[in-house]
Design a protein around this ligand. Structure first.
Ligand SMILES: Cc1cc2nc3c(=O)[nH]c(=O)nc-3n(C[C@H](O)[C@H](O)[C@H](O)COP(=O)(O)OP(=O)(O)OC[C@H]3O[C@@H](n4cnc5c(N)ncnc54)[C@H](O)[C@@H]3O)c2cc1C
Ligand code: SF4
Length: 508
């Protein structure tokens, strides 16, 4: 029996849009007869970056399903449907109205929200976020005294600590990392038949949200006609089971490959469900390890997937909290150009960018290498202001939440943190894209050319990037090969590259 919604609650538990987990610490000691939950949809969260319609929709649909689930369990939920005020304003109103004895929240995932909440609710009890396998303090202890933070060391520590894929003290398969087996590409015949990932037909609640988003956010980027993301815990578990049974065995082998018209390939499509907390990363890791134990998936695939979740995802969160709020303003390469307009439309002659941006606008999804080596690399080579790049990434993906998006963009993709995360800038010429995809087939540019009317803008800008940052990069041992190649250029070559790059940037 829940208590009267207007009664003064003992505890009011604030549930943020990316905290949709009934087993979170927020519900420890929850008593439905005295306690209540508070949730709010505020437009500011959809507009502080120019959010893709699918990103707005997945949040609202998942929140409404969670609200209904809680109410179904007899829990009082004070829920504000889409309102124009800010989160802080709504919360202040509630506190005045309900006068709860205590307000509780699980650690917010975003620095800005954490600060807003502290301001709006003095005395707020903040509980640890158990969703993650590594607490912020554990990461801080790992980072202490290290000159550089590298995934590999953190990942090994996590494998040992959680005894995952271990044979005693040694990694299963004799090596920690099967990265070198995960860089395959497809032959010219393409990927062949890949099992279609399970999708979820919008139910009445989701359909109502889709209608609302189309109406209220009509001018926002992206489309909703293919929206089929998991928005409940059950659907997230179904999506996990489907991935483990049908795509995990081939996950690692071609993890970095790209192909026209194949947005998902062997990827899991689980990031949004994980980030909304509809899915526990432990469940995803355990399911993959079990598939290996039962000989349903090879070690390269399983280790590759475990590394993403136990390694990268936890490490990225650690970096975010270790370096915020200053991290968001880092700009080591002094990049200042605006983001090209075509990032919002896909309207460009460059086939790779047209494909990846087009797919992003249609689905709110691109896989890791599309984000890192196509849209990310182009912005880096062009010298776009990292804050602009960050705002774009935070806006356009269904899985985008700042704690994971920001270090991936600023650190891994744009090298704006000067190497806190990545040991060198992820730069490559068009030849990399040619090797890893079929995008260059039929493109009006030629990835092998850096000068002339057919020159690939990636290739031109790659050489121009090395020229622009030659001094800084010379200090980096991992750039030795690239700088040796640069040293072979004559003064005339250099001048021609600079001129061609000038034309590319003028047209960008
Ligand atoms: C520039 C850039 C921006 C990114 N922005 C986001 C973002 O906003 N939100 C987000 O969740 N991921 C982000 N990533 C990481 C990664 O690209 C996505 O997690 C992945 O593409 C989502 O698709 P998937 O679920 O099919 O992942 P899979 O390829 O199937 O990987 C499995 C899971 O591993 C985790 N993972 C993989 N790589 C990373 C990584 N680098 N950092 C953290 N977790 C990782 C994700 O939870 C993912 O669901 C970004 C990467 C780059 C390079
Ligand atoms: S030629 Fe250059 S611009 Fe065209 S698809 Fe290949 S890498 Fe992209």
């Amino acid at each position: 029996m829940n208590f009267h919604p207007k009664a003064r609650p003992r505890h009011l538990v604030i549930v943020l849009g990316d905290q949709l987990d009934k087993d979170s610490a927020g519900f420890d000691g929850f008593d439905a007869e005295q306690d209540a939950v508070w949730m709010a949809e505020v437009t500011g969260e959809a507009t502080h970056v120019w959010s893709h319609k699918a990103r707005i929709a997945i949040f609202l649909a998942a929140m409404r399903h969670f609200r209904d689930e809680l109410r179904g369990r007899g829990i009082t939920v004070h829920y504000r449907e889409l309102c124009d005020s800010t989160f802080g304003e709504e919360l202040t109103k509630t506190v005045r109205q309900l006068k709860p004895q205590r307000m509780i929240v699980v650690e917010p995932g975003e620095w800005r929200v954490q600060e807003d909440l502290k301001q709006a609710v003095p005395g707020l009890e903040v509980r640890v976020d158990r969703h993650f396998l590594s607490a912020k303090e554990e990461f801080a202890a790992h980072a202490k005294g290290r000159k550089q933070l590298r995934l590999e060391y953190f990942y090994r520590e996590m494998r040992r600590k959680h005894n995952l894929l271990m044979d005693g003290d040694q990694p299963v398969g004799g090596t920690w990392n099967f990265d070198k087996d995960n860089r395959g590409s497809f032959s010219k015949d393409g990927p062949g038949l890949i099992p279609k990932p399970v999708g979820f037909k919008p139910d009445a609640t989701t359909r109502e949200v889709l209608k609302l988003v189309e109406k209220r956010f009509a001018k926002h980027p992206g489309r909703l006609d293919q929206f089929d993301w998991p928005v409940t815990r059950q659907q997230a578990q179904q999506a996990l089971a489907d991935f483990i049974a049908n795509r995990l065995p081939d996950f690692g082998r071609v993890e970095d490959a790209m192909w026209t018209g194949q947005p998902y390939l062997y990827h899991s499509r689980l990031a949004a469900a994980l980030n909304l907390k509809l899915l526990d990363p432990r469940a995803a890791i355990a399911a993959a390890v079990e598939a290996y134990r039962k000989k349903r998936a090879p070690i390269e695939a399983v280790e590759g997937f475990v590394r993403q979740l136990l390694g990268w995802r936890e490490y990225i969160r650690g970096v975010y909290w270790q370096f915020m709020p200053g991290y968001a303003n880092l700009n080591t390469l002094n990049a200042t150009r605006p983001l090209p307009e075509f990032y919002w439309t896909g309207d460009t002659e460059m086939n790779c960018l047209r494909e990846v941006i087009g797919q992003t606008l249609a689905l709110g999804f691109a896989h890791h290498i599309q984000r890192l080596m196509v849209t990310g690399t182009y912005a880096l080579l062009l010298g776009v202001d990292p804050v602009e790049v960050h705002k774009w990434y935070l806006a356009v993906y269904v899985d985008a939440v700042e704690w994971v998006e920001l270090p991936n963009v600023l650190g891994m993709s744009q090298y704006a943190d000067g190497g806190i995360m990545a040991s060198k800038p992820y730069v490559a010429s068009g030849k990399y894209i040619q090797r890893m995809s079929n995008y260059c087939v039929g493109c009006r540019f030629d990835p092998a050319q850096r000068i002339g009317p057919q020159a690939c803008p990636f290739t031109t800008l790659y050489w121009d990037f090395l020229l622009r940052h030659e001094k800084l990069l010379a200090k980096n041992q991992r750039m030795t090969m690239q700088l040796k190649n640069l040293a072979r250029l004559t003064a005339a070559d250099r001048l021609a590259i600079r001129e061609q790059a000038g034309q590319v940037t003028a047209n960008a």
